[in-house]
Design a binder for this molecule. Structure first.
Ligand code: AMP
Length: 516
């Protein structure tokens, strides 16, 4: 099927052709004609499937008729993270280059006045994270009763991040007569219920079995003692032919520690997590996209949707709590026909989490050995740890020197080494990724405000809402293994000392007095 057969306008087709896309992806093929008909869409699709263009392209054509009023956007796209919102904005710029659509991007960590100006100008397309949108709404800076198209993207991620109450509040302020496009990578019952409430007679579009891992990703998993993970990661990085890689951690503070450790060992590493300021996040991401940073240590804020050209490797320094997050994390590589590699470092007590992932993806992740490292097995339910493979065998110098010696290979093989030849840049995304977010660009179609604004003092007296920090990666609602109950083997570099129990070291004098 060709793009021409989907019913898109000539200027949109030209922009698509200039981007270099010749054939629509499956989600584009299925969703675009339905969107153009004005029908609601319930899309079950992951990032990496071409999902963004499947709603951006028809929206450009639908919105090309008509003009927006000041502070009354004509369409609204809700995204769970700032990075995803910025990425959707980039898509509008690329595909909407032959249209005069005004866009406003409302994300946290960026100054309000710029965003207010973009709203005043009148936004045909408003792309926002829920918290910052509500901030503007509560300040009286925006009216949502002119929204004709609503897109809720990554609904299951919204659920994981606790944004659903905000989304419900926002949707309650929209006109009931509208077109709604609802996308989610998975359809757990909570999401299905939400879709049933928000959508009206939707056409369902599913392009891949929920949460299946791409066939283009060569996966590997190694069980190593928690305290050896950093060394294992370094060995893996040295052993692989890495172009660029993301290393995922479950905890924000581990991100910073691991980045520091990698830098100390001479690696070109950056960090990305939700506690960083938005400008710092954007800057780091830009450097990573441009190749100035080779290894990005990140929390799950980077797990979904980030579209980095031809990313060669993903490492899971921790097994994610949620099996779906595993699919999203490794989905950062192996995109657009490229082959990618993912390695997961599991500690012996993370067997339950790995089992849940393997159940979800319907296959066993191949066990691989990390060069020069001892591999162990998952703890059996009785809590005993069994060593196996080519351990250090009591020799403290055994790590490096044991490289290449054969061990118990009954279940595992050496981490597969990719070819050393330079890899072709199949997924080159040239200028688009280097661009700043849209609201930083010069105004295209400035128009005088048509409606009186509320008093500035009134607007500015409100506290900024979207200061909420990114939530730590957390186990899903009902699949959470009883992790916190289990004793964790100490990770040497962790700084979360256990909370004192009882009286701790301090015993009051009256208790220490001998009794008669
Ligand atoms: P998404 O799922 O929207 O994050 O898109 C994943 C990647 O596929 C992005 O790099 C897009 O630019 C790219 N892409 C989108 N549509 C097409 C297409 N029709 N042909 C080739 N690549 C595409």
């Amino acid at each position: 099927m060709s793009f021409e057969s989907l019913g898109l306008s000539a200027p949109v087709l030209q922009a698509v052709a200039e981007k270099g896309y010749t054939t629509p992806t499956l989600i584009q093929e299925k969703a675009i004609p339905i969107c153009l008909m004005g029908r609601d869409v319930l899309g079950c699709a992951q990032t990496g499937t071409g999902k963004t263009a499947s709603f951006v392209l028809p929206m450009i054509d639908i919105l090309s008729e008509g003009r927006s009023k000041s502070r009354m956007p004509r369409s609204l796209i809700l995204e769970p993270t700032r990075e995803l919102a910025a990425q959707v904005a980039e898509n509008f710029e690329i595909y909407g280059k032959y249209h005069k659509l005004n866009m406003a991007l409302l994300i946290g960590g960026v100054s309000f006045p710029d965003q207010e100006r973009a709203l005043e100008r009148g936004a045909d397309v408003l792309i926002a994270t829920p918290g910052r949108l509500l901030d503007h709404f509560e300040r009286g800076g925006i009216l949502l009763n002119d929204v004709k198209i609503l897109v809720i993207d990554e609904a299951d991620r919204m659920l994981d991040m606790g944004f659903i109450p905000d989304v419900e509040r926002i949707v309650a302020t929209l006109p009931p007569l509208r077109q709604t496009l609802f996308f989610s990578a998975t359809m757990p019952p909570e999401i299905k219920r939400l879709a049933d409430r928000f959508l009206s007679n939707p056409k369902e579009v599913t392009v891949a079995p929920p949460a299946s891992a791409s066939k283009n990703i060569v996966q590997g998993l190694s069980v190593v003692p928690e305290e050896d993970k950093r060394e294992a990661l370094r060995n893996l990085i040295k052993d692989q032919n890495i172009k660029n890689a993301i290393v995922f951690c479950n905890r924000k503070k581990d991100v910073a520690i691991l980045q520091g450790s990698l830098k100390k060992h001479g690696f070109n590493a950056g960090a990305l997590h939700g506690d960083m300021s938005q400008p710092a996040r954007m800057e780091t991401l830009e450097k990573f996209k441009q190749g100035e940073i080779q290894i990005l240590v990140a929390s799950d804020v980077a797990a979904r949707g980030l579209d980095i050209a031809a990313m060669s490797h993903v490492f899971n320094f921790d097994v994610p709590f949620s099996p779906e997050d595993y699919v999203h994390r490794i989905g950062r590589t192996g995109r657009a026909g490229n082959t990618g590699h993912s390695f997961t470092l599991a500690s012996p007590e993370e067997g339950g989490l790995v089992e849940a992932i393997e159940k979800l993806i319907g296959t066993t992740i191949p066990r691989v050995e990390v060069p020069g490292m001892q591999t162990v097995e998952f703890e059996p339910s009785d809590g005993r740890r069994r060593g196996r493979g080519r351990g250090r065998g009591g020799s403290s110098s055994g790590r490096g020197s044991s490289r290449g010696k054969s061990g118990d290979s009954s279940r595992s093989s050496r981490a597969p080494r990719p070819e050393r030849e330079p890899r072709p840049e199949m997924d080159a995304r040239p200028e688009a990724e280097a661009r700043p977010p849209r609201e930083a660009r010069p105004e295209r179609d400035a128009r005088p405000p048509r409606e009186p604004r509320p008093e500035r003092s009134q607007r500015e007296s409100r506290p900024e809402r979207e200061q909420r920090p990114e939530r730590e990666s957390r186990p899903p609602r009902d699949r959470r293994p009883e992790r916190s109950d289990r004793p964790r083997h100490d990770r040497r570099d962790r700084d979360d000392t256990p909370a004192p129990m009882g009286l701790g070291d301090h015993v009051p004098a009256f208790l220490a007095r001998p009794t008669r």
